[in-house]
Design a protein around this ligand. Structure first.
Ligand code: NDP
Length: 290
């Protein structure tokens, strides 16, 4: 009998446990708030009465938690021996460093971590195009490939546990900032009487950045920031227009103000006549102020 444990039953963990049930797995579940397991239990899942029981029920344990602190809090409830011989597919989002530290700590306790970053929302689990970044020991991933592929396809990045977390965070960086850009633009549109449905075809065209990414990526890789197509000085003027339009619409201006600030940093660094892509070097040199 194919069997797996799922720890963490937020929307993602519920979708994962459900996909295993649909695929005929014997599924053991545990969640801090036990009631979140009720529907899965009604569909045939077994509710573990303790973290120890959840860990020892199966060799493969899928973790889907809000962060690695939650994982630490949960694993601290079980004796160390409960981890020995387990493979933990940790599909919890956190930083690359946390992923590496957790894998090392688990190894000391006789367990293997497979680190994953899921690239679809919960309804995408079990659908053909779904994909997860994985890193960590390739042999453990191969050994559990059939079970992992119940959830999504596998994009294996290498042995370094930090890689899956890094690719995930880079993608999320791009995703959230783009999506907030859409929401801000739509707020300006709505303040001027243009509904989301009316603007949708224009938003779809504007947000389709594929042409720009494919144009810029080879130039970035080659270190070519020539201002032959776009210049940061143009970006400054353009963002000033966006800022003033936002303010005249009575909409919060913190997002365009932040973008304008970044463009002005590019000018201050001497790149006013260079392409926007030279902002990559400016951002790397300034580093985090946090
Ligand atoms: P959440 O990120 O909100 O995670 C909820 C789970 O974490 C619940 O099981 C919750 O338990 C548990 N949890 C939170 N804090 C603690 C704690 N201190 N101790 C023990 N358990 C805790 O929900 P999702 O299911 O949406 O996401 C799970 C993971 O999947 C996250 O890392 C997320 O980044 C990632 N992911 C999510 C996507 C999505 O669209 N939802 C898409 C791609 C990845 P309780 O029920 O008791 O609160």
């Amino acid at each position: 009998m194919k069997s797996v444990t799922v720890i963490g039953l937020g929307p993602m963990g519920q979708a994962m446990a459900g996909a295993y049930l649909d695929s005929g797995y014997e599924v053991t579940v545990w969640n801090r708030t036990p009631a979140r397991a009720d529907q899965l239990v009604a569909r045939g899942a077994r509710r573990a009465e303790s973290v120890e029981a959840a860990l020892t029920a199966n060799e493969l344990v899928v973790l889907s938690l809000i962060d690695y602190d939650a994982m630490d809090a949960i694993l601290a409830q079980a004796p160390e021996a409960a981890l020995a011989g387990r493979t933990l597919a940790n599909l919890t989002s956190d930083t690359p460093e946390r992923a590496r530290q957790a894998a090392a700590r688990l190894a000391e306790r006789g367990a293997v971590q497979i680190t994953g970053g899921v690239q679809v929302p919960p309804p995408g689990i079990g659908t053909p195009d779904a994909m997860t970044y994985y890193s960590g020991p390739g042999d453990a991933i191969e050994a559990h490939r059939p079970a992992l592929e119940v959830l999504t396809g596998i994009e294996y990045l290498g042995e370094d546990h930090g890689l899956a977390a890094l690719y995930y965070q880079v993608g999320i960086d791009m995703f959230w900032t783009s999506l907030v850009g859409y929401l801000h633009g739509q707020a300006v549109a709505e303040a001027n009487g243009i509904s989301a449905e009316d603007f949708l075809p224009h938003a779809v065209k504007t947000m389709d950045l594929r042409y720009f990414l494919e144009f810029y990526a080879p130039r970035i890789a080659a270190g070519n920031h020539e201002g032959d197509v776009d210049r940061i000085s143009m970006g400054v003027a353009s963002m000033e227009h966006v800022l003033r339009t936002t303010q005249a619409s009575g909409v919060d201006d913190s997002l365009p103000a932040a973008v304008l600030k970044i463009f002005r940093q590019g000018v201050t660094a001497g790149h006013g006549q260079n392409s926007l892509t030279s902002l990559i070097d400016v951002m790397k040199q300034r580093r985090s102020r946090g």
